[in-house]
Design a protein around this ligand. Structure first.
Ligand code: NAD
Length: 513
């Protein structure tokens, strides 16, 4: 695919350089007068300014979303699925432009930007089928001539808060399911990638308008977490908040939504490790480690942060890994030759530097990298991917640093590898490379990985939409995307029907005058 210019991307997605930050269909609007500058992480070029949504804008959007819910929930689920099918088609048409926008605004390389849009298309396809299968079981009643069953009903307006690193896919994971479940969705995108939010809303607006559906089924407010985000999470009219981001943000959201007994899906930070056994196919392990640690410049929640390597293969493996690191082509994410783009901003570079300093102070030895590059395109956001040999117990290893820093360590016995693996506060994604059935099965058993995602002969980074996605411990416990994640977007109801005419109380209770 030839490199797309900013102008072409903007035109294809209906973006303007002076953007307003609120929408529920129709015109974009905002009244806050607070401007957000959107700059390319690659060049620092000003891409657009967004006037952020203020309190009055939020009220307007929320009222419309509530109104739309009443109409949308009455539409049969398969007919809602038909709309989501059309959203998937619209995304197919805009895939090149939207994938390029993800690269331009967030900085991941083009193939990953396109992959992210593919993920949106995949979840739409998944949701279409699911729309005919929002089913509950029929249960056996203990009372004669009674029947029990379970039903699932729409929940209301679902709040979606997303992180900068998956600026479009996370929204789709949530909305495609929320919509087939009969909910409306109110999205607060990351302030670091707001244009992706505008583009997605423009794409679905067309679909809803063409189908003459009420405005508000999809709504967006762009603004800071501390202002508009706080309004959203404190809003009692929102029964479910699905939030993706740092553990710090998740703790705050869990506290506020929990205090009003609302529900959350929390998708927070990871600290993902890959165990490489002496019984592993080292070629596969190398490819997976390389992509896991360097892909997306280490800015995936599932990025490989730790390698736990058997001492027998450690030296050979590290040598090969360093050879791969030396060949990483770092540069413009929109150039098809590039393997690693920039970090999101200068703040992320500072975190990268701080983590390396801390690792060294805590006994770590830099094996490769640890360097901020002279700005090739004008912005100090490019770094060398870094490998550091260090103990798992070092304080810095216990934290997620959202940058391409890989900590490596040795083990002798598989039990020791499992212990090191689980000895961090987070629990998102994990993997083992081993051709030993016993080791692989143990890793997947109660003795092994304590993460929400555990893989064999696959790395930690990247997941398919068909499975439930999310993690344990400080990763927040939420699940979204595939499997039965749809249930979180609905309310469950147990029904008992007496068709026999005689009144029978449960548990044999007698109550007659
Ligand atoms: P972040 O926590 O800084 O921000 C995430 C979102 O939360 C943003 O939209 C932000 O505006 C909003 N926010 C912050 N404070 C808020 C508040 N008080 N009320 C409401 N909203 C608030 O995260 P980030 O830097 O954008 O993303 C990186 C982090 O996200 C990493 O920790 C990464 O692991 C995590 N992440 C997790 C997953 C997952 O599925 N587990 C996926 C992607 C990213």
């Amino acid at each position: 695919m030839a490199k797309m210019s900013k102008k072409k991307i903007f035109k294809a997605l209906g973006l303007v350089t002076k953007q307003k930050g609120a929408n529920y269909g129709g015109e974009w609007f905002a009244t806050s007068k607070q401007l957000l500058e959107v700059r390319s992480p690659t060049s620092g070029q000003l891409l657009a300014t967004v006037e952020q949504a203020g309190a009055r804008d939020y009220t307007r959007v929320m009222q419309q979303s509530q109104k739309a819910f009443v109409a949308w929930r009455a539409r049969p689920a398969p007919k809602r699925g038909e709309i989501v099918r059309q959203v998937g088609e619209a995304l197919r048409e805009k895939k090149d432009a939207l994938g390029a926008l993800v690269s331009l605004e967030m900085g991941k390389i083009l193939t990953e930007g396109l992959g992210e849009v593919q993920e949106m298309i995949d979840i739409c396809d998944f949701a279409v089928g699911q729309s005919r299968f929002l089913s509950g079981p029929t249960l056996q009643s203990e009372r004669p001539d009674h029947r029990m069953m379970e039903q699932w009903h729409p929940l209301g307006t679902v709040g979606v808060i997303s992180a900068f690193n998956f600026p479009v896919a996370v929204w789709a994971w949530n909305t495609a399911l929320a919509w087939i479940c009969g909910d409306t969705a109110l999205w607060k995108p990351s302030s670091k990638a707001p244009l992706c939010g505008v583009a997605c809303q423009n794409i679905v607006n067309e679909v809803f308008k063409r189908n003459k559906l009420p405005m508000g089924i999809s709504a967006v407010v762009i603004g800071r977490g501390s202002t508009i985000g706080e309004k959203l999470i404190g809003d009692k009219r929102i029964p479910l908040v699905s939030a993706t981001g740092s553990t710090r943000m998740g703790k705050r959201i869990g506290e506020v939504v929990g205090a009003r007994l609302g529900r959350t899906i929390l998708e927070l930070g990871g600290n993902n490790a890959l165990i490489i056994s002496d019984k592993a196919d080292l070629t596969g392990a190398l490819a997976s480690s390389f992509f896991g640690a360097v892909g997306t410049a280490g800015q995936r929640c599932t990025s490989t942060r730790r390698l736990i390597i058997h001492e027998k293969v450690y030296d050979t493996f590290i040598k090969k890994l360093i050879a791969n690191y030396k060949k990483v082509r770092i540069g413009d994410p929109l150039d098809p030759q590039t393997l690693m783009g920039p970090l999101i901003d200068e703040g992320a570079v500072k975190e990268y530097e701080n983590a390396i300093t801390a690792a060294k102070a805590q006994g770590g030895k830099v094996l490769y990298g640890a360097k901020v590059l002279t700005p090739p395109f004008g912005r100090r956001t490019f770094v060398l991917p870094t490998i550091i040999a260090i103990e798992n117990s070092a304080e810095i290893v216990q934290h997620e640093t959202f940058a391409p820093i890989l900590y490596v360590m040795k083990y002798r016995q598989i039990e020791e590898a499992f212990r090191l693996h689980n000895d961090v506060p987070q629990g998102l994604s994990s993997g083992i490379y081993s051709d030993s059935v016993a080791e692989a099965e143990a890793f997947l058993s109660y003795l092994g990985s304590d993460c929400g995602i555990a893989n064999v002969n696959i790395g930690t980074s990247g997941a398919e939409i068909g499975g439930a996605f999310g993690g344990e411990k400080e990763t927040g416990g939420g699940r979204e995307s595939g499997s039965d994640s749809w249930k979180a977007y609905m309310r469950r109801q147990t029904n008992t029907i007496n068709w026999g005419g005689q009144v029978h109380l449960a548990q044999g209770v007698e109550f007659q005058s």
